[in-house]
Every structure is written in structure tokens, then in C-alpha cells.
Ligand binder design. Structure first.
Ligand SMILES: NC(=O)c1ccc[n+]([C@@H]2O[C@H](COP(=O)([O-])OP(=O)(O)OC[C@H]3O[C@@H](n4cnc5c(N)ncnc54)[C@H](O)[C@@H]3O)[C@@H](O)[C@H]2O)c1
Ligand SMILES: [Zn+2]
Ligand SMILES: [Zn+2]
Length: 348
């Protein structure tokens, strides 16, 4: 099969022929139709310090995908050949304390598809049946199915705290921040503001119906509050940039008792006014991956019941390319001027 292969501990990928993955007794083999390109894949491509410390090369990367089941192992109970599926990329151990308590997203032995085991930038990928999410009905197109993983990050983060009637600040209008606007709206938020420093991404946010898209290279969040007619501060913060100045400014703009869910992965330490966190009784919650599988249930339920949400989530995909043009796709994703980049593997 054709696969985007990282042959060793160095920069780059090669589109080469690789053996098809083998299907173990509890595994499902999926013919990949579409894949999303994620920041993690850019790290793996450029082989930066994070990649060198976390990746087992050789490796086939890729963890955001949609495809069709073509083979099942002998112990597979529920998934069937022909099912259209996406996959949860965190493969958990099943035996640590959290796994046994049903908190699988908190497994201490998580292995990530496309990071520690071969992933989906290929014609076929194999994952355990327990990681397969079967799409019912036809509300999920192959394109939308390719971004279930990051959509799940948006849903997990945005639904961490009740949003009905709350004023929400999202920092970072990358693909995940953009999707969080649509989820917060669906969940009943009052005012939603988003920040970024990229004009085209802020424009995508406006098209999804954010109340205010703030360019923080030109305007402070405090002014944004005034513009929205707010007087006391945001109730909920969703940190989705990882930028070291975003969280401190968010903390400065929260109401007392405000709650912050943090998804963005900072690449350096962040200077926090902890006195304010304490005296304003703020809650900070880290978010990793998706809840298994309540987040997946919520994603499918929301998409199938809300056509506007579906349209807004689909609008986050701004570029589609055949997988053979992966280099251009990666360059577009790295430039960060649009939304999600999706590769089509059906014509490779
Ligand atoms: N915790 C997890 O499980 C998990 C999973 C996936 C992604 N992530 C992280 O979530 C974040 C969002 O993911 P994404 O794919 O949308 O990433 P992304 O890098 O495309 O988006 C981040 C956005 O933040 C913007 N930004 C830069 N400086 C800013 C500032 N000062 N204020 C506000 N925004 C600013 C960037 O212009 C960019 O548009 C990233 O940090 C990513 O690493 C975490
Ligand atoms: Zn991803
Ligand atoms: Zn575990």
C-alpha cells in the first residue's frame, strides 16, 4: 500500500510502498478515504525537539481519518465490514486504575495512533475495535469524518462546563477554536468572543457567527468586553492557542468564579497571576484528547440534529488535496492561514 512514511529520526516524509498492516484478533482494518493534517503531524514532519523525544521512527503518521472497514479480527464483536468509521487515536491499556474506573481518557499508558504506532497517512490503518467509531446515517461526509478527532477536542473542551447563558472567551482561532464557536453556540452560550492574530482565521470565525473576533495584536480583550456590552467578565474561558500571553490575558478578563478549560499546548512556561486565580476563585482544567466515548456520542448527536452546526463545522475545512499532493497540503497547514487541510486517499 502507499503510505506517508517517516523512515528514521530525521526531517521529512516519503510517499512509498509499505506492507499492509496486519489485523490482530481484536482489531479492525480500515481502508482510509480521508485524513486531516494536524499540528502534531507538522512536528513529526519537521522532526523538532518534541518529535525527537516522543516519536518512535520508523513510523506512518496520521491520526485524523475516515474510512471503511475492510477486515475484522476473530474476536471483534460489533464492528462490521462495510461500516463507515473514524477512529479514536488514543489506544488505552484497559488495566490501569483510570481505565478500570471507566475514565479511559485519563489512562496513564496511552499510546497514540500515528505517534507511537502506525497511523492513517496510508491506504490502510489498523486499530483496536474499542477505538472505532461507527458513523450512523449519512450526516457525516468523508470530509467531516476526517476531522472527528479535532472536532472531539473542541467538543470535550467546550462542554467541560455548562454554557447556557454564559459569556465565553475562546483564545486561538485555529481549526479547534473555530469549531468551539459552533459548539458553544449549540450549547446555549450568550456572548462568544474569539481571539487570534491571523486576519483570515478571524474572518472564518465571523462566518461561523462569533459575536466578536478580536485581533489581539491590535486590540485588548478588555475593550472587547466593552464592545460586547459586558460589565463583569467572561464566565467561561476556552484556551485553544497554546500562546504564552493568551492565558494571562484570559485570567485578567474572567468574572469571579470563572471557569477555564485549557486545550492549547504551550511550548514554553506561562507566567500566571496566581493571586488572581485564588482571590477570584477561578477554576483551571486541563483537557487532553476526547472523553471515551461520551465526546464521540455528543459529536454524532449534535451533527445529526443540527444542520447549522454541521455546516459550520464543515466550513472549518478550507483545503482538500489528493494525498499525492501531500507536500502542498502540509505547506498549507504549516502556513496556518486557513482552516483544516484534508487529504483524499481514494485516488492514490
Ligand atoms: N490537549 C489536547 O489534547 C490537544 C489536542 C489537539 C491540539 N491541541 C492544541 O490545541 C491548540 C489548538 O489546536 P489547533 O489545531 O486549532 O492549532 P493551531 O496552531 O492551528 O491554532 C492556534 C491558533 O492560535 C493563534 N494564536 C497565536 N498567538 C495567539 C495569541 N496571542 N492569542 C490568541 N491566539 C493566538 C494562532 O494564530 C493559531 O491560529 C494547539 O495549541 C494544539 O497544540 C491540544
Ligand atoms: Zn490531531
Ligand atoms: Zn489505562
Amino acid at each position: 500500500m502507499k503510505a506517508l512514511y517517516k523512515s528514521g529520526a530525521h526531517e521529512g516524509f516519503e510517499l512509498v510502498d509499505r506492507p499492509e498492516p496486519e489485523t490482530g484478533p481484536a482489531d479492525v482494518k480500515i481502508k482510509v478515504f480521508t485524513t486531516g493534517i494536524c499540528g502534531t503531524d507538522l512536528h513529526i514532519q519537521s522532526w523538532d525537539a518534541w518529535a525527537a523525544a516522543n516519536i518512535n521512527a520508523p513510523l506512518i503518521a496520521g491520526h485524523e481519518f475516515y474510512g471503511e472497514v475492510v477486515e475484522i479480527g476473530e474476536d471483534v464483536l460489533d464492528v462490521k465490514v462495510g461500516d463507515k468509521v473514524s477512529g479514536e487515536g488514543h489506544v488505552v491499556c484497559g488495566i490501569c486504575r483510570n481505565c478500570r474506573a471507566g475514565r479511559r481518557q485519563m489512562c496513564i499508558n496511552t499510546q497514540s495512533v500515528g505517534v507511537q504506532r502506525d497511523g492513517a497517512f496510508a491506504e490502510y490503518v489498523v486499530i483496536p475495535e474499542t477505538n472505532v467509531w461507527v458513523h450512523q446515517g449519512d450526516s457525516v461526509t468523508p470530509e467531516l469524518g476526517a476531522i472527528f478527532d479535532p472536532f472531539g477536542n473542541a467538543v470535550h473542551t467546550a462542554l467541560s462546563f455548562p454554557l447556557v447563558g454564559e459569556d465565553v472567551l475562546i483564545t486561538g482561532a485555529g481549526p479547534i477554536g473555530l469549531m468551539a464557536i459552533a459548539v458553544a453556540r449549540h450549547a446555549g452560550a450568550r456572548k462568544i468572543a474569539i481571539t487570534d492574530v491571523s486576519a483570515p482565521r478571524l474572518e472564518l470565525a465571523r462566518n461561523i457567527g462569533v459575536d466578536l473576533a478580536v485581533d489581539v495584536s491590535k486590540m485588548r480583550v478588555k475593550e472587547a468586553q466593552h464592545e460586547l456590552g459586558m460589565r463583569e467578565g467572561f464566565d467561561i474561558g476556552l484556551e485553544m492557542s497554546g500562546h504564552p500571553t493568551a492565558l494571562p490575558e484570559m485570567i485578567d478578563n474572567m468574572n469571579h468564579g470563572g471557569r477555564i478549560a485549557m486545550l492549547g499546548l504551550p511550548s514554553q512556561s506561562i507566567d500566571i497571576n496566581w493571586g488572581k486565580v485564588v482571590t477570584h476563585m477561578l477554576t483551571l482544567k486541563g483537557i487532553y484528547g476526547r472523553e471515551m466515548f461520551e465526546t464521540w456520542y455528543a459529536m454524532s448527536a449534535m451533527l445529526s440534529s443540527n444542520a447549522v452546526l454541521r455546516e459550520h463545522i464543515a466550513s472549518v475545512i478550507t483545503d482538500r488535496l489528493p494525498a499525492a499532493e501531500w507536500e502542498q497540503g502540509f505547506a498549507l497547514a504549516r502556513a496556518g492561514g486557513g482552516g483544516k487541510v484534508v487529504l483524499d486517499w481514494t485516488t492514490i
